[in-house]
Design a binder for this molecule. Structure first.
Ligand code: ADP
Ligand code: MG
Length: 412
């Protein structure tokens, strides 16, 4: 893998540098070739096909999902590819280039959440969710290759679920409407793996379109594809992997959810999505303590920032979203208190080096930073972030240049 924007050499999450649709397609072809070669060497046969699902990043709208609000993710040109072929019996063998030995399980293990553990639980979870919904899932052999870094907040888990789901649906000729696929993939993660995620990740990796961001209303799962053309605006989106160790992320996440629920119930609304920015001052007065007020203010203003971003993108005023991204970051840092020093350093360094806007993306306490930069300043900004990291003694960040890519597809 190349990393011209200069992530840490040899570090695990170095990601592909892709600036055009052509190079992105070549990168995916390389991933598919690895999955296919893995299939041949593990199983001594040809796969029946290859299915690719992308990673994703959220452009704006953080911690709005569980408040029935809005999010705006787009798919990245980094893919998880599954090469697969049916088995004669009802059983599943899965191998990933990242994990070594294959894992095998039958229907009894697939039907009992918790029996398949570790990374293969994401695969068993898809089989479980399909079978639980009444589908006759074909037995299959699967080989998986991926360029989506694991655990960096780019949703390698949803990419894995989506690629496996697409493979099983096609191999079995299952009549699963595409609109149902995100919910089913999410069930695999919630119900089998046991991770309480919202619907954003699976919706994004399955439903995104090239050149567009996905405007998702988390209240009713409705979506709209919003044009997001960076080239036209002569802009580049850097995704900077902060490499910050996740610190107490689960407990802090649960605490933020509780604050939001408390605020909504005090205000007598079903969810904070129902508080409009125009009513913010009144709502702030009605909450009992400063912390709950600040948590609520983040969610209410963040929802509005998503709506404002959508308006600007629809009008093709891409550059103007920069200040919304930066405002979103300040809100996460000061009101929601979910950033960490590495993340704030990356945002500050990017802005000081001329980024049009920058923010942490994802749930917080680590993960990635987005920096919207003039195309001819991408390297300067990336170098400035690296220098700021070096000065503070942080593990060097990884960088990928993102272009909005299509969701899950069959490659061959
Ligand atoms: P994220 O989705 O942000 O990357 P998660 O913690 O939700 O982080 O999911 C990461 C987990 O998903 C990994 O620890 C691993 O169990 C599983 N996983 C994702 N992609 C792969 C892959 N290609 N091969 C094996 N396991 C994978
Ligand atoms: Mg995940």
């Amino acid at each position: 893998m190349t990393d011209p924007a200069g992530g840490a050499p040899g570090a695990t999450a170095d990601v592909e540098h892709t600036t055009t649709a052509g190079t992105a397609a070549r990168a995916t072809a390389g991933t598919a070739a690895r999955a296919t070669a893995g299939f041949r060497s593990r199983y001594g046969a040809e796969p029946a096909g290859c299915w690719a699902a992308p990673g994703r990043v959220n452009l704006i709208g953080e911690h709005t999902d569980y408040n029935d609000g809005y999010v705006l993710p787009f798919a990245l040109p980094l893919h998880t590819v599954v090469a697969a072929a049916p088995r004669d019996d009802t059983g599943w063998t899965v191998w990933s280039e990242l994990t070594g030995d294959p894992v095998e399980f039958g229907p009894a293990a697939a039907d009992e959440p918790g029996l398949v553990t570790g990374w293969a639980a994401y695969v068993a979870g898809v089989v479980w969710a399909l079978r639980d919904a009444g589908y006759a899932v074909p037995g299959a052999r699967l080989a998986i290759a991926s360029d989506v870094p694991l655990g960096s907040g780019l949703s390698s888990s949803a990419a894995l679920e989506a690629a496996v789901l697409a493979a099983l649906v096609d191999l079995g000729g299952l009549d699963l409407p595409s609109g149902e696929q995100p919910r089913l993939a999410r069930r695999a993660e919630n119900g089998y793996v046991g991770a309480p995620t919202g619907i954003m990740d699976q919706s994004a990796v399955i439903r995104c379109r090239a050149g567009h961001a996905l405007f998702l209303d988390c209240r009713d799962d409705s979506v709209e594809h919003i044009p997001f053309n960076l080239d036209e605006a002569r802009l580049t989106m850097l995704v900077i992997d902060s490499r910050a160790p996740h610190r107490h992320a689960d407990g802090e996440y649960a605490a933020r959810r509780r604050s939001c629920e408390r605020a909504a119930s005090t205000l007598g609304v079903p969810a904070l999505r129902d508080v409009a920015v125009a009513d913010l001052d009144d709502a702030l007065r009605r909450l009992p303590d400063d912390e709950t007020r600040r948590r609520m203010r983040h969610v209410v203003t963040e929802n509005q920032r998503v709506l404002d971003t959508v308006v600007l993108l629809r009008a093709r005023r891409v550059r103007e979203i920069g200040s919304l991204l930066t405002d979103s970051h300040a809100s996460m840092r000061d009101d929601f208190e979910i950033t960490v020093p590495e993340i704030d350093t990356a945002v500050e360094a990017a802005l000081a080096a001329g980024a049009v806007g920058a923010r942490m993306t994802g749930g917080g306490f680590g993960g990635c930073v987005l920096a919207l930069v003039d195309a001819d300043r991408a390297e300067t900004v990336a170098a400035a972030v690296r220098a700021a990291y070096a000065e503070r003694g942080f593990t060097a960040p990884g960088t990928v240049t993102a272009i909005p890519t299509a969701g899950t597809t069959r490659l061959r």
